[in-house]
Design a binder for this molecule. Sequence first.
Ligand code: BTN
Length: 242
Amino acid sequence: MFSIISFPELPSTNDYLKHLVETHKAPDNLLIFTLHQSNGRGQFQRKWFSEPGLDLAFSFYQRKNLDSTPFQPALFVMSVCLALVKTFDTFGIKCKVKWPNDLLYGSKKIAGVLLESFVQDKKIHIITGIGINMNSHRNNDAELNSISMLDIRKVLTGPEDVLKAFEQNYESVMNLFDDDLVLETYNKALYKLNEKVSLKMNSEGEWITGILKGVDARGRLCLKTGSGIIHVHHGQGSLVRD
Ligand code: BTN
């Protein structure tokens, strides 16, 4: 499904792929990867660090006509996260998804997803970037709370094996799962489902505490609080880990 190209080094696979797309040099389903990403970006303008030669950074590109089925970013991200959960599972690593798109082992981060899209020439262009702590876990996290596949498996993992497993699992989620099944399976994989959680809201440093009841089809986190169920959009707040 993917046409795969590797690069010895890139500042950011997302940025490079975006450049290829903008200059009409990227075919649909192009996937680029590097083991040496020097200026990786995470969500919310954060940096994403990778240990040169040890960690996997990749991005893939897909486009859709604007007049076809509307692109639903929330469900798309959930599908990508599920493909990652299944990918880690093939390596014997049981992960959970910390809403909306962090992959955790226990309470430690092992991978992150950065989805970026833009409209050009009446098409929506989707770039999905994934960073995996493959053979090191160099601070991929503001809270210094990360872990690598190597830490868990005690053997080095190669990028080809990870990409092959990801491709198979991504295809199976995309082809076999309808929206309801994506939502149901994503919710089952949610970190802290039905547990008490704290949310740090981005505005005014407010905190909200409640029971995490799941995520809805719009990608909103549903929290049961003392004053009822509240829905939190991606970008409005972030879940606090243990
Ligand atoms: C996050 O957890 O904040 C998302 C991290 C996404 C990092 C990946 S690595 C490949 C791609 N290129 C980037 O610059 N960022 C994404």
